[in-house]
Design a protein around this ligand. Sequence first.
Ligand SMILES: [Zn+2]
Length: 205
Amino acid sequence: MEFSSKILERAVNEMSQLPGIGKRTALRLVLHMLKQPKDQTIALVEALRTMREAIKFCKSCHNISDVELCEICANPSRDTSLICVVEDIRDVMAIENTSSFKGLYHVLGGKISPMDGVGPHDLNIESLVEKVKAGKIKELFFALSSTMEGDTTNFYIYKQIQDYKIFTSTIARGISVGDELEYADEVTLSRSIVNRVPFENSLKL
Ligand SMILES: [Zn+2]
């Protein structure tokens, strides 16, 4: 792509670093920004800058939050003995939308994926195991998507906490293999949370 302006080229190159945005789309977005009022582009840049500089992760569940302890962890009516293990904030949002879950979450920040160079130590697994060791958790509910990476992650965590007397469960049928949690419709997801099954049933031993 030949540019008549180095400034424009730089903006397009930066924009095209985003996932799913090729050079053509980046150019379309940049040209759109040039057409819209200057204030609107500056507001976007400011929102992104504030997000990068000010956003926090909940010290207990690792969910994205504006404060030290997120709203869910700070809510006294939530069941602190039930922890739902998820990949990221999108899963928390999808499950919260169903209103079917009253426990707390633990956000791993990804899934174990050797292909992408993500090992157990890159994820928030240690703090989860610590929570289990502390003895206040009765049930660990695995709600990772049923992909190979999701299954590997569930199994890795299960092995770490197997010797502690807690019940482990996983999402029930309805979420098919390979489905990402965030794309499941609310009714299906809600049903699979309410009817969650013992994790051991999902293992092919
Ligand atoms: Zn939290």
